[in-house]
Design a protein around this ligand. Structure first.
Ligand SMILES: [Zn+2]
Length: 283
């Protein structure tokens, strides 16, 4: 499933080829993923519009466009869901089986495909208003994190997955960050001390930045979509210290890594490096 680093990789790739492109026509293959925008509304808004840039907010992609009439700017809010891919290909290339929306850009075509159909491509930007701070921005400071932890009754792992608390951290990087910070995933968020919040803040930023750098390093410059065939999943998993390493030795202490299920999602941790007993909260 694409997480923040993979979405960032897609955004950077799209920004190399899309800005300045005019949309000649729009073909909608799966109207359900446009909701609540109606297919005809999307088509009318986009035909003749020009793509200015693509941004990321959490795991959402935001396409900024200038409209055909040069009046109000437009935004498309998109999400890759579990299996979404975005690509810009020569117009003559055959469409993928699971195409959702295609934008005809003249000699090239933008294709959003999604086999499992959990993604989005819509004019509705409302979901963005509910997102917490961007983890790689200055707004995500150790102090802000500590204050937010104080007000939470969630286990720390669930807190990190709550997009209103911090935007874009998913299951993989939550486990990795908690391991690096030495915090057990079942600890109550409010028991995380100010000193631990500093470690956690740094750990979240580090795991995300390293994953973005790794994705960029793999990228040959032409292949920027997420979820291509080949060994990218294997390469990625070799970077993880605890995620998906159930019963393997901890890279720090050699203790066996454990897996538990929290809110239906797997958490991986080292019982020695991440003790379950909360330390007394220090302020
Ligand atoms: Zn350990």
């Amino acid at each position: 499933m694409p997480e923040l680093p993979e979405v960032e990789w897609v955004v950077r790739g799209l920004n190399r080829v899309l800005p300045g492109s005019e949309i000649r026509s729009v073909t909608i293959h799966c109207p359900r993923l446009l909701r609540p925008t109606l297919p005809e509304t999307l088509r009318r808004a986009l035909v003749g519009a020009r793509i200015q840039s693509v941004n990321r907010r959490g795991k959402y992609l935001i396409f900024h466009l200038s409209s055909a009439r040069g009046d109000k700017p437009l935004e498309i809010c998109a999400h890759l869901g579990m299996t979404g891919r975005m690509d810009v290909v020569p117009t003559e290339r055959a469409l993928p089986k699971h195409a959702v929306v295609t934008l005809d850009l003249g000699p090239r075509r933008f294709v959003f495909e999604d086999a499992r159909k959990f993604g989005w491509f819509t004019l509705d930007t409302e979901p963005l208003s509910c997102l917490g701070p961007e983890p790689l921005s200055d707004a995500f400071s150790p102090e802000a994190l500590s204050a937010s932890l104080d007000g939470s009754r969630q286990p720390i792992k669930s807190f990190l997955l709550d997009q209103a608390r911090v935007a874009g951290v998913g299951n993989i990087y939550a486990s990795e960050a908690l391991f690096r910070a030495g915090i057990h995933p079942e600890r109550a968020a409010a028991t995380v001390s100010a000193a631990e919040a500093v470690r956690l803040n740094h750990a979240i930023r580090a795991v995300l930045q390293e994953a973005i750098a790794a994705a960029e390093a793999r990228d040959s410059g032409t292949r920027f979509y997420y979820g291509g065939s080949g060994g990218s999943a294997g390469e990625a998993s070799s970077r993880f210290r605890v995620y998906d390493r159930d019963a393997e030795p901890c890279p720090t202490c050699g203790e066996s890594i454990e897996r538990i299920v929290q809110a239906g999602r797997s958490s991986f941790f080292c019982p020695a490096c991440q003790p379950s007993r909360p330390l007394r909260k220090r302020r």
